[in-house]
Design a protein around this ligand. Structure first.
Ligand code: FNR
Length: 408
């Protein structure tokens, strides 16, 4: 399935052992120099994005690429340059351990697949392709509520791979409850409660086209298959898809929620809950106070509050606010290994990767996702080794300096 051209993916067992960086680089250079075969797929993010765009509809591009408003936050997210890595030498980095402990489990990598809805806009195989690539590499996976494939089917693709379910809170309580119960029954290990989408964002790329994928029935797999959702309709989604979509739009979010309402989630699941989308230190504290086991610092990829602080700017304040014992996740703007390294150094326990693999999916399906995830892990491992650090869990603030500390 994955074989083709000179593409030669590493298997799960190979990649979970140490030093993925050296092994993969040697493999690439050997193939290039001895067999005359350079990598089949592009490597640089912008080239992958360009290749992806050739396969995507204008609407799909508008949905995936876009940020909100003037896209100030979308762009600023990608600027990690205020923090500089200060590498240390001769520190014995021959054996590097990229594993991290997360919610009491050891994970092979300090990276997860972020929840990203409507993957049918990227590739016909959608979440199945992403899940297979993640499982192959043992990269933990987070499934969006708004997926094009049902949570049960994605769980089956993932097998033993760590899987979390991202929960969007419907104003129909039966539906919200049903999602939580289904996720637990399907074997998800945690709930990721996204709190930064109380209303839709102003996304000009979509507004100017009058395009909203859900109104075309995309990303509805969990809803259309849900007994509570179907009970609320007069006709089934198969009989009357547009009425089903209308109902979805009516009950999608609940902007009246407050922190006190988190109790509903705990009443309906025994799974640990991570709150995704906090930027203010006080919100991180409130999340923990109300029962979350961890928080994710995120701007939703610059898709919600345009002009907001970027995720990497917000991270140190959140880490300081919740203290060492609370896991902090990080996403938004990560394009290279050095970005993940900086987030880990500033106190993130793991990072969620987003658009890079999404464009890999559009470029070449499962193979494209595998290519991007693997290259990312290779680059992160090499960054760690070159910075003189032999374990992901040992990457700390002393590995960085802020530009304000540099003499001019
Ligand atoms: C998202 N994101 C997202 N988050 C979430 O909690 N539930 C969701 O359904 C989605 N859907 C979604 C779709 C698309 C197309 C994008 C680009 C993003 C946000 C996602 O989890 C993550 O926060 C961002 O992708 C991080 O930004 P970068 O690094 O991808 O730019």
């Amino acid at each position: 399935m994955l074989a083709g051209g000179q593409y030669c993916p590493m298997s799960r067992s190979e990649t979970t052992s140490e030093n993925i960086g050296n092994r993969k680089l040697k493999q690439i250079y050997r193939q290039g120099m001895l067999e005359g075969e350079s990598p089949e797929l592009p490597v640089a993010f912008e080239e992958i994005r360009e290749a992806a765009w050739e396969n995507m509809s204008p609407e799909g591009k508008a949905y995936v690429h876009g940020g909100s408003g003037a896209e100030e936050t979308f762009h600023r997210n990608k600027d990690f340059s205020a923090w500089r890595i200060v590498p240390r030498m001769l520190r014995g980095v021959a054996e590097r351990d990229m594993s991290v402990e997360l919610l009491g489990e050891r994970q092979s990598w300090p990276m997860m697949v972020t929840p990203l809805g409507v993957q049918s806009l990227l590739h016909d195989d959608a979440e199945r392709a992403t899940a297979r690539a993640a499982a192959e590499l043992d990269v933990p996976f987070i499934l969006s509520s708004l997926s094009s494939t049902s949570m049960e089917d994605v769980a089956a693709e993932l097998g033993e791979t760590t899987k979390w379910f991202q929960f969007y809170w419907s104003s129909n309580k039966e539906l919200a409850r049903s999602f939580l119960h289904r996720a637990e029954a399907a074997g998800y290990d945690a709930i990721v409660l996204t709190v930064d989408a109380p209303t839709l964002g102003w996304r000009e790329r979509l507004v100017s086209r009058g395009y909203y994928p859900f109104m075309a029935g995309e990303g509805m797999a969990n809803y259309f298959s849900d007994p509570a959702f179907r009970d609320a309709l007069e006709q089934t989604p198969e009989e009357n898809p547009s009425a089903a979509v209308d109902y979805f739009l009516d009950v999608f979010g609940d902007s009246s929620l407050t922190w006190e309402d988190l109790s509903f989630v705990f009443e309906n699941t025994d799974l640990p809950v991570i709150v995704k989308g906090v930027l203010h230190p006080e919100d991180a504290r409130l999340a923990v106070e109300h029962g979350a086991v961890g928080v994710d610092v995120s701007t939703h990829g610059g898709r919600q509050v345009d002009g907001s602080i970027s995720a990497i700017e917000a991270l140190p304040g959140v880490v300081d606010a919740v203290g060492e014992d609370v896991p902090v996740m990080f996403d938004s703007g990560i394009r290279h290994g050095k970005d993940a390294f900086k987030a880990l150094a500033l106190g993130a326990d793991t990072v969620y990767l987003g658009r890079p693999w999404a464009y890999g999916l559009a470029m070449a399906g499962e193979r494209g996702v595998h290519h991007v995830l693997e290259n990312f892990l290779v680059e992160l491992d090499l960054t760690m080794g070159l910075a003189g650090i032999d374990a992901a869990e040992a990457i700390g603030r002393s590995a960085l300096t802020h530009e304000s500390n540099l003499a001019h």
